[in-house]
Design a protein around this ligand. Structure first.
Ligand SMILES: [Zn+2]
Length: 341
């Protein structure tokens, strides 16, 4: 039954809804199909959930990286990413008893912390987290290439995580340049070089999962050629590097979806199904609190371009409906009804 549940969770999380304008339309299903074909044609959220369940044990640390965007448009980051990270932190805490370690750049930390704490995971110091449940650690990731490499090694040595998850975390192209989906460059002086964590974790056989919706995020290195074909600026960007927005950074598992938060929610929903506990996917009340806290602490909707409770241009009501539907897929999936007529 899990593959049926995973199939429809994937479909729900990959329904594209975006305003018209200059942002790419009609790309979500193409990226999804390519990601799926590259990974044995299995539901992607289930693939990630199953791998996490196999590798993560009670008390283990799991690194969760999120946070993207830069001034002037997104000075404290965007609403896509932090809520997905918060949902996964909550699910891994409640479902497995894992200790989430949230990793982001200093500039983006405040609203991410707000979202994670609104999900019921307190961010405390490492010693306190060792001695209590429903808590995790916030680690600031530096900007700069060498600084990123050192931080990656330090974090992996310190926490010895059983998994590293990236939600909407920018990855570099073949020239080492980060790009927005519209092809504009973002330098390593403003974006943390978090790809080192993916590369070093993989070299140590630590499970890595990348969740994204564009092809410029960590994980999409798995289908780089497809991203270069599908995205309008995939092959050639608008910056002098001319290398395109497709990232080279790969993960063990790539979850491609319509909104990165939704891919993370989908993983949570699959974990909820596998662990037979529908409460592992946040309810509407919690989702509302997570989004409002995140926005109040400074996050901007990257599509609307305003500090409003929406994600990628999709309003709060749809986010609430989505978590409700995910919960319903999980709960009905465990319900037994034998129809008699
Ligand atoms: Zn470029």
């Amino acid at each position: 039954m899990a593959h049926v549940i995973g199939e429809y969770i994937d479909r729900l999380c990959s329904v594209e809804m975006r305003p018209q304008g200059n942002l790419p339309r009609g790309v979500t299903h193409l990226l999804y199909d390519a990601a799926r074909a590259a990974q044995g044609d299995r539901p992607l959220t289930l693939l990630a959930a199953s791998a996490l369940l196999e590798r993560v044990r009670k008390g283990d640390h799991v690194l969760i990286l999120t946070g993207t965007g830069a001034p002037p448009g997104l000075p404290k980051g965007e609403t896509d990413g932090p809520l997905g990270a918060a949902a996964l932190a909550r699910t891994l805490d409640l479902g497995i008893g894992a200790k989430p370690v949230i990793v982001t750049e200093e500039r983006l930390a405040e609203p991410i912390k707000a979202a994670v704490e609104a999900a019921g995971v307190s961010l405390l110091d490492r010693e306190a987290v060792r001695r209590r449940s429903h808590a995790g650690v916030l680690e600031v990731f530096p900007v700069g290439i060498d600084e990123g490499k050192n931080a990656a090694t330090r974090l992996l040595d310190t926490y010895r995580p059983s998994a590293v998850i990236f939600v909407e975390k920018a990855g570099p192209n073949q020239h080492g340049i980060f790009h927005s989906i519209l092809g504009y460059a973002r330098g390593p002086d403003i974006m943390g070089s978090a790809y080192w964590l993916a590369d070093v974790a993989r070299s140590r056989s630590i499970l890595t999962v990348g969740v994204g919706d564009g092809g410029n995020e960590i994980g999409f290195g798995k289908i780089r050629d497809a991203v270069r074909e599908i995205q309008p600026f995939g092959r050639v960007c608008r910056c002098p590097c001319k290398g395109g927005v497709a990232t080279v950074t790969d993960c063990d598992i790539l979850v491609a979806c319509a909104v990165s938060n939704w891919g993370a929610y989908g993983i949570s929903a699959c974990l909820a199904f596998l662990l037979k506990n529908v409460e592992l996917i946040q309810d509407e009340e919690t989702e509302r609190r997570m989004l409002e806290s995140c926005v109040n602490a400074g996050c901007t909707d990257s599509v609307v371009g305003a500090q409003v409770p929406a994600v990628d241009g999709v309003p709060l009501g749809v986010q609430l409906a989505l978590v409700r539907m995910l919960g319903a897929i999980v709960s009905t999936g465990h319900r037994v009804i034998e129809r008699e007529f």
